[in-house]
Ligand binder design. Sequence first.
Ligand code: CDP
Length: 234
Amino acid sequence: MVVFKRLDGRKSEEMRPITAKVGIIPNADGSAMFSFGKTIAIAAVYGPRLLHPQHMQDPQSAVLRVNYDLLSFSVSDRKKPGPSRRSQEISKVTSWALTPALDLKEFPNTVVDVQIYILQADASTRVAGINAASMALAHAGIPMKNLVCAVAIGKLDKELVVDVDKNEEDFKEGEAATDFPIAKLANSNSYTLLQMDGNIQPNVVSKAIALADKACEKIYEVQKKALKEVVESQ
Ligand code: CDP
């Protein structure tokens, strides 16, 4: 039997080491960091506060405003500072991934700002950012149905793998690598992000989702522990 070996020696279902910490930015209303191996994301939440200009206000709800930024020094080829099509897309899908978890109706006419910065990137930054932002929103006391947990599933040649790193994303042997970021409300079957870059057979999608479910259970435990630690230290 041929045993599939990942480029860094991980098993197919094995994530990189995960770390999470809540309350890292004292001036923010809520904050957190989350890392998958060398991918490090921080998130800061400000608000709810009155939204200006007034015509952007929603009298029924707070507005969630997400800004994702991959910092220049986070990648080996310095990234040009400032917004890009990629950062706009990731900000948008992150907002969609988080919104179903939130109850924003309690705060009409306000805005909740979520700033996500990638300090170091080794792929899977959008899912690391979602995990950090979800903890930061809970830390800010925004009412939530549950935390949002996210992970990227990959397909290397014909093998599904959990938590894709940059080497794997660039893997080009056989079929090209596929990157399949998934986010969900913890402990539920509500998926809030399903994106895909590459090719995947329809019958493999449910297997990829099952792998993400298992990984998200572990991520949820790490997120809860980090939130508990900050509550207990207050
Ligand atoms: O980071 P994520 O996998 O969510 O999104 P991506 O657009 O598929 O980017 C994959 C990876 O490419 C990033 O995590 C970075 O490691 C790398 N990247 C880069 O080196 N330079 C950029 N300007 C953008 C991405």
